[in-house]
Design a protein around this ligand. Structure first.
Ligand SMILES: Nc1ncnc2c1ncn2[C@@H]1O[C@H](COP(=O)(O)OP(=O)(O)OP(=O)(O)O)[C@@H](O)[C@H]1O
Ligand SMILES: [Mg+2]
Length: 311
């Protein structure tokens, strides 16, 4: 069985609000699926339904062949979770905290101790083992949550915004841990607000807005939705005549050209027209600055939802 997670028409209604709306998807063994969406899109609610923490209003989920509602105990053994909210015990040291988690899974004392030691080492927290969670730095706290998720060595990991609140350096450091988990063949569902994180880590991405799936595909496939390969921004020396802008828009290799912030933004479907565009603008207005970037998931997200992902 290659499909390890199957969400079927998941729906969650809170009062008069549909937090998750008829959401279906599958995740294959060893795959990393990203759930991407703005605040309140329904990502955490989806994860909570998948792990059996809250009951769906409609629909359901199968994990490792087990129905989440009917076989919660079997399902529990298959996953680890790094939750969005930080919460630590005020009295337990890291060692005790992790030991407590593993013992819940019924490992012997000896095995549990071994697992805790290995996991602390993996998370590079062995030198902080006697501290409590609240005494750690932000990056270390996130690593502790990853360690908790990992300590029973489950095949599936739910990582709910594993890097939220971290500075870029700590975020990039955490990516290495997630890449290591991927290499170990774990199946991962990851939620994030950071598009570069989704591009970097996810094999497939589902974009959610108002609880609904609005797009699904590999990061590259999603970029093709936009039909744009590159976005060229040209800042002219003098103003570009409207006639030239209209002419550029008519090229077959151009999806659109927009005058924005004293620059012309050209959405290119094909690069072959670029030389022609440059020579046209050089003759008409001269060029002060030029920048070419590949269309990113950010551009796709803007195109699909009309809004930027907030952090
Ligand atoms: N227990 C609850 N009671 C009432 N409403 C809830 C509850 N949990 C979530 N909601 C609402 O459901 C919607 C989806 O919330 P959810 O936490 O799933 O979003 P999210 O995509 O994880 O957002 P964020 O990116 O901010 O974490 C929100 O409008 C939220 O207010
Ligand atoms: Mg959330």
């Amino acid at each position: 069985m290659n499909e390890i997670i199957k969400a079927e028409h998941l729906e969650k209604v809170f009062g008069d609000q549909k937090a998750v709306d008829n959401l279906s998807f599958t995740v294959h063994r060893g795959e990393t699926l990203g759930l991407l969406g703005p605040n309140g899109a329904g990502k955490t609610t989806t994860i909570k339904m998948l792990i059996g923490l809250i009951k769906p209003t409609r629909g359901g989920a199968i994990i490792g062949g087990y129905d989440v509602q009917e076989n919660p105990i079997e399902v529990k053994e298959l996953f680890g979770i790094s939750p969005q909210e930080l919460s630590f015990d005020h009295h337990l040291s890291l060692i005790e905290d992790l030991y407590f988690y593993v013992r819940l899974y019924g490992l012997s004392r000896k095995e549990a101790k071994e697992r805790v030691k290995e996991t602390l080492k993996w998370a590079r927290l062995e030198n902080h083992a006697e501290k409590i969670g609240y005494q750690l730095s932000g990056g270390m706290q996130r690593r502790l949550l990853m360690a908790r998720a990992m300590v029973t060595d489950p095949p599936i990991l739910f990582l709910d915004e594993p890097t939220t609140g971290l500075d870029p350096q700590a975020r990039h450091a955490l990516w290495d841990y997630i890449l290591d988990l991927k290499e170990r063949g774990k199946t991962i569902i990851l939620t994030t607000h950071y598009l570069e994180e989704a591009e970097m880590l996810c094999d497939r991405v589902i974009i959610i807005d108002y609880g609904k799936k609005i797009a699904e595909g590999t990061p590259d496939e999603l970029k093709h939705i936009l039909k744009v390969e590159n976005i060229v921004t040209i800042k002219p020396r003098n103003s570009i005549s409207q006639r030239v802008i209209e002419e550029i828009k008519e090229f077959t290799g151009v999806e659109d050209a927009i005058w924005h912030d004293s620059s012309l933004k050209i959405y290119l479907k094909d690069e072959y027209v670029l030389e022609l565009i440059i020579s046209l603008i050089l003759t008409d207005a001269g060029i002060l600055e030029m920048d070419i970037k590949r269309a990113s998931l950010e551009d796709v997200f803007l195109h699909l939802t009309g809004k930027e992902l907030r952090e």
